[in-house]
Design a binder for this molecule. Structure first.
Ligand code: FES
Length: 611
């Protein structure tokens, strides 16, 4: 092979896609994949931490030697078989790589619907039909005043002009023959003079999660979702959790702008997909309501996140942010409304969870948990609301686990151990690629019941179970043998995996207990526990209680409510009363900072054990 110089392109052949892409001398394989849009898992954002970006190279491939991270994460056996980490191996010549099934990004299971209360319809955006007299030499009233007076005569309320409309107003009124629908935002801002249509139009309800984005297209006349679209949050390439996103936003040049562009582009693309599948004209989309945790909220608005990144973790703004859609970069609708957040780590998604479930109105103690890379816990004591946020990390989404993966096609999502036999189910019914978070919880609970595991998370060496063995990283249990898996490797759960699970569940347990203690309550006082979010939707409640992830309550008191964040956004979009309710909730919820809670370390230590 002829020697090539830095800056000169090499050719990267990528299997099984049959692609040939250009690569720069010295760049990593992952970097070349990203530029070419080749989907590959990279949960740690290419930092050599997650071990998910594995590729297989032919012998003697022109790449840099294995790094320490590769030796640690892959081990000698896989390295000898040609496995490398795409984020570590730098390209030194033409190359052929194979992306094994376990490294491919695959379709995610995302809860896109959830429990939602009925609300009185009073959409944030509405239409008012007016027929104006055209101006004449005897009637030289200006265009805006002509429109304003007619709208006020119809609504009985004073209205204001959206400055974004003004430049286009003369053209609109004349092109439409002075018969228009004035589009009113929150009853008083005229944001458009549109072609007359039946009905109020449509709006977008958007849940910007750290991992996933869900968009609903909502008919403002009925309040119902007519189409939806969902996708992985593309910011995931810089890392799985909000800490990684903030670090990127603060450290990289144009980092915040890049993250904002990624998320706004994704929302626009999902909105386009929903509009298309709903058979709706894009011009009939009037507005959007967007919820998310406080970091996603700030990034989508282009707000500097340094206040959130360091103690005392203060957001730039807590109240409702109501801006032109163009300010955010949304291609659809005239306005974008971001409901209020509670605090630096309890965002508007948690407020939306509450308005959708109505938990805040209950008169007996109830708790809501939205479990993800960051877990929000809200306690209704029966008299007041208390909230906190626990850094549970990416474990529930398969991160930090040897064979962990998101709840996607190919993930084992359920595990049962019965009389020495193991049974599992796989999302999509394919051969297993790995285990998602709910499978680890099932496994731990079943292994505890079967006496394979002790409360410290160690396998009982004397269990005599043939699936238990000593692996490279200590004792491990074979859940899926090589001849059943998609990759041809055994899929195992190790004590190290269980240790990661214990750390994550201890954070959630401690957060719940700190709130209960603040209120002078115990788990036995809870009459209802709501589990929100995609992860919680696929969870076995009994097993989550068995391992101590959820408080020890009667399983029948637990409601798995799905994506109540997007449902709450929808309710706010179609009901001004609900927006006012959200503002009251955010203003009155007491925030408990766990890092300052004296009892947190005690509960965390207790939570590290299996009950
Ligand atoms: S180890 Fe390569 S992306 Fe995480």
């Amino acid at each position: 092979m002829a020697a090539k110089h830095p800056g000169v392109a090499h050719t990267l052949a990528v299997e099984p896609y049959g692609l040939r892409v250009a690569a720069r001398h010295g760049e990593t394989i992952l970097s070349a994949f990203r530029r070419s849009g080749i989907p590959v898992r990279s949960e740690c954002g290419g930092r050599g931490l997650c071990g998910k970006c594995q590729v297989v190279l032919q012998e003697g491939a022109a790449v840099t030697p294995p790094t320490g991270q590769e030796e640690r994460l892959l081990g000698g056996e896989l390295l000898a078989r040609g496995y490398r980490l795409a984020c570590q191996a730098a390209i030194l010549g033409d190359l052929r790589v194979y992306v094994p099934p376990e490294s491919r990004s695959v379709l995610l299971q995302v809860a896109s619907r959830g429990l939602a209360r009925a609300v009185r319809l009073r959409p944030l955006a509405s239409r008012v039909r007016v027929e104006l007299q055209p101006p004449s030499l005897r009637d030289v009233l200006a265009d805006w005043e002509r429109l304003k007076w007619s709208v006020e005569a119809r609504t009985g309320r004073p209205v204001r002009l959206d400055p974004e409309l003004l430049p286009h107003l003369p053209v609109r009124l004349r092109a439409l023959g002075w018969r228009v629908d004035a589009v009113l935002w929150r009853g008083e801002l005229v944001v458009d003079a549109a072609e007359p249509r039946e009905g109020e139009g449509y709006g977008l309800a958007v849940d910007i999660g750290t991992s996933k984005i869900v968009v609903h297209l909502v008919d403002l006349r009925t309040g119902e979702t007519v189409a939806e679209a969902k996708a992985e949050n593309p910011q995931v390439f810089v890392g799985e959790d909000i800490i990684a996103r903030m670090t990127y936003a603060l450290r990289e040049r144009e980092g915040l702008a890049e993250l904002k562009r990624l998320v706004v582009d994704a929302v626009n693309n999902l909105a386009a997909a929903a509009i298309s599948s709903g058979g709706v004209s894009a011009s009939d989309v009037l507005a959007a309501v967007l919820v998310g945790n406080t970091v996603m909220h700030h990034i989508a608005l282009g707000i500097d996140v340094r206040g959130l990144a360091a103690s005392p973790f203060v957001p730039a703004v807590r109240g409702t942010v109501d801006v032109p859609a163009s300010f955010v970069g949304l291609r659809y609708g005239r306005r974008a409304l971001f409901p209020p957040v509670v605090a630096g780590y309890v965002g508007s998604d948690a407020v939306a969870d509450l308005v959708a479930t109505g938990m805040h109105e209950e008169h007996e103690p109830a708790m809501l948990l939205d479990i993800g890379t960051n877990t929000e816990v809200i306690l209704n004591t029966g008299e007041e609301l208390l909230a906190c946020s626990a850094p549970s990390g990416p474990v529930f989404e398969g991160g930090h686990l040897r064979f962990g993966m998101k709840a996607a096609v190919g993930a084992v999502d359920r595990v049962e151990i019965d009389g020495g036999e193991i049974r599992y189910s796989v999302i999509g019914g394919t051969r297993p690629l790995g285990l998602c978070g709910s499978a680890y919880i099932d496994f731990a609970a079943e292994a505890l019941r079967a006496g394979l595991l002790d409360s410290r998370g160690f396998f009982r060496r004397d269990s005599g179970d043939a699936r238990l063995r000593r692996g490279e990283a200590g004792y491990e249990y074979v859940v899926v043998p090589a001849d059943e898996s998609a990759s041809g490797h055994d899929i195992t759960v190790s004590e190290k995996d269980l240790s990661e699970l214990r750390l994550a569940k201890a954070a959630v347990y401690a957060a719940s207990m700190v709130l209960l203690e603040e209120a002078g309550l115990g788990p036995e006082d809870l009459r209802r526990v709501y589990i929100a979010g995609s992860f919680g939707y696929g969870l076995s409640v009994e097993n989550a209680i068995r391992i101590g992830l959820l408080p020890p309550v009667n399983p029948s008191a637990v409601l798995q409510v799905g994506n109540t964040a997007v449902e709450g956004a929808r309710l706010i979009l179609v009901s001004e009363d609900t927006l006012e309710e959200a503002e009251r909730i955010a203003a009155s919820t007491g925030y408990v900072e766990l890092t300052a809670a004296e009892s947190f370390p005690r509960y965390f230590r207790r939570g590290l054990r299996f009950p």
